[in-house]
Design a protein around this ligand. Structure first.
Ligand SMILES: *Cc1c(COP(=O)(O)O)cnc(C)c1O
Length: 396
C-alpha cells in the first residue's frame, strides 16, 4: 500500500492521521517499574515469613490488570486477589500458573467456572462453606471471618460454631483464614487492636491454616498484623498507605491532558456552565481535554490546581463532561501552546492523594474512576513484555 503524503490529502479528500502528540486525547502513563518497586518495598517490609499477594480487583484499581498483573508475576507474586468471578477468569487467561482468590464469595452457579479456571473462592458464610464441602472436590478455599467491619465474612459467632464443629470444614482444603481491617490507615484507632486480638483468638482455636489480615495500610502497623499472607492493593498503585506521614510509595500513574485552546480574556465575564467563576481582562485561560466523563470528578471545579511545566494552574469554573478550563496567567506568554502543551492532571506534582483530598474522597476512588477515553501508555524497563500494547487486546 502506498504511503500517504500530505499532497495526497487534496487528491483523496482524506487527511493523514495526526501524529499521536497532536491528538486531543489525554494520555494515561502507567509506570510498571513503579508498581514493581512498590511491590518489592511491601514484600521487604513483610519479610520472608509473609507472602505478599497483590489485590488486582477493579482492573488493578483502574491501572489495567492485563499489564499490572503480569508485571507483578514477573516480579515474583504468585497469589492474587480479585473481587469478582469475571475478574478471576480474566486473570486466569493472563496468568495460567498463578493462584487466584475471589473475594466476593461463592453463591452457587459459578462453581463450574471456578473449577474450570482453577480459582480459589473466599467463603464468606456457612452456606458457602457447605456448598464448597459438597462441590469443591477437596480443592482449596479461604474462609473470611468478620472481626469488626460488619461487611463481609462469617460473623464471630459463626466462627465460634466452627471452633466447636470443625467437622463442618471436612473435605475443604483450607487455604487460609482471612479477615479485613476497617481503620488500618489510622494507626491509633482502637478498632485495630480489637480486630487483631479477635483474629488471634480465633486462629488459636480454629483448625490450623495460614492467616491473612493485612491490606496495604496494615502492613505499616507492624509485624503483628502481617500473619502468613498480606493483601496489599492501593500502595502498589502509589496511594499513600500511611496518610498521616509522607508517602513511602512511588507514583505509578501520570495523566496528561492536552491544551486545546488558549485565550486572553478581553472583557470581564465568567467561565463555563453556571457562570460560577468571574474572569477579568488580561487573564489567560487554557482549555484542556479532560472532563468528568474521564473520571475528573465534577466536584473538582473551581478549586484544585493542576500543573503545567511544573507550575500550578488552578481550575477555573465548573468541570464539563469533556473539558476543563485552567488559569495560565502566571506562565510566560506564548509558553502554552495548543496541541503541544499538556497539563498534568495526575502525577508527581498533582498526586492521587492531593486530587482525592480536593475532591473530598480517597485515592482509591480517583484511580478506579479513571475513564476509558485515554490513550494508555505502559512503561517498564525491567519487564518490557508486560508493557507491550498487545496485552490490551483480548488475552490469547
Ligand atoms: C481491596 C481489598 C484489599 C486491598 O486493600 P488496600 O487497602 O487497597 O490495600 C485487601 N483485602 C480485601 C478483602 C479487600 O477487599
Amino acid at each position: 500500500m502506498p504511503t500517504m503524503t500530505p499532497d495526497d490529502t487534496a487528491a483523496t479528500g482524506r487527511r493523514p492521521a495526526a501524529p499521536a502528540d497532536l491528538s486531543t486525547q489525554a494520555v494515561l502513563e502507567v509506570d510498571l517499574d513503579a508498581v514493581v518497586a512498590n511491590y518489592r518495598l511491601l514484600a521487604a517490609r513483610l519479610g520472608d515469613r509473609t507472602v505478599c499477594a497483590p489485590a488486582v480487583k477493579a482492573d488493578a484499581y483502574g491501572l489495567g490488570m492485563a499489564h499490572v498483573a503480569p508485571a507483578l508475576y514477573a516480579a515474583g507474586a504468585r497469589l492474587f486477589f480479585v473481587a469478582h468471578l469475571a475478574e478471576g477468569l480474566a486473570l486466569r487467561a493472563l496468568l495460567p500458573e498463578a493462584e487466584i482468590a475471589v473475594l466476593n464469595g461463592l453463591v452457587g452457579p459459578e462453581v463450574a467456572d471456578i473449577h474450570a479456571a482453577g480459582l480459589t473462592p473466599v467463603l464468606n458464610d456457612m452456606g458457602a462453606i457447605a456448598l464448597w464441602r459438597a462441590e469443591g472436590h477437596g480443592r482449596p478455599a479461604f474462609v473470611h471471618i468478620d472481626t469488626g467491619m460488619n461487611r463481609l465474612g462469617l460473623d464471630p459467632d459463626a466462627a465460634k460454631a466452627l471452633i466447636e464443629r470443625p467437622d463442618l470444614l471436612d473435605g475443604i482444603a483450607l487455604r487460609g483464614w482471612m479477615s479485613h481491617m476497617a481503620c488500618a490507615d489510622t494507626p491509633g484507632h482502637p478498632l485495630n487492636v480489637q480486630q487483631l486480638s479477635l483474629f488471634h483468638l480465633l486462629l488459636r482455636n480454629l483448625p490450623q491454616a495460614p492467616g491473612s489480615l493485612a491490606n496495604s495500610s496494615s502492613i505499616f502497623l507492624g509485624a503483628p498484623y502481617h500473619f502468613e499472607i498480606a493483601r496489599p492493593g492501593c500502595a502498589l498503585y502509589g496511594i499513600n498507605p500511611t496518610p498521616a506521614a509522607a508517602n513511602p510509595m512511588r507514583a505509578a500513574v501520570r495523566l496528561l491532558a492536552p491544551v486545546l485552546q488558549v485565550r486572553t480574556v478581553s472583557h470581564a465575564g465568567t467561565v463555563g456552565y453556571g457562570a460560577t467563576a468571574r474572569v477579568e481582562p488580561g487573564q489567560r485561560l487554557a482549555t484542556i481535554s479532560i472532563g468528568y466523563a474521564d473520571g475528573f470528578l465534577r466536584c473538582l471545579g473551581n478549586g484544585v490546581s493542576l500543573a503545567l511545566d511544573g507550575r500550578p494552574v488552578p481550575v477555573v469554573g465548573r468541570v464539563s463532561m469533556d473539558l476543563v478550563t485552567v488559569d495560565v496567567s502566571d506562565l510566560p506568554e506564548g509558553s502554552v501552546v495548543p496541541g503541544a502543551s499538556r497539563v498534568e492532571v495526575l502525577g508527581e506534582t498533582v498526586t492521587v492523594d492531593t486530587l482525592a483530598a480536593a475532591a473530598g474522597t480517597i485515592g482509591y476512588e480517583i484511580l478506579t474512576a479513571l475513564g476509558s477515553r485515554f490513550r494508555r501508555d505502559y512503561h517498564s524497563s525491567e519487564f518490557p513484555e508486560c508493557a507491550s500494547s498487545r496485552r490490551s487486546a483480548a488475552p490469547s
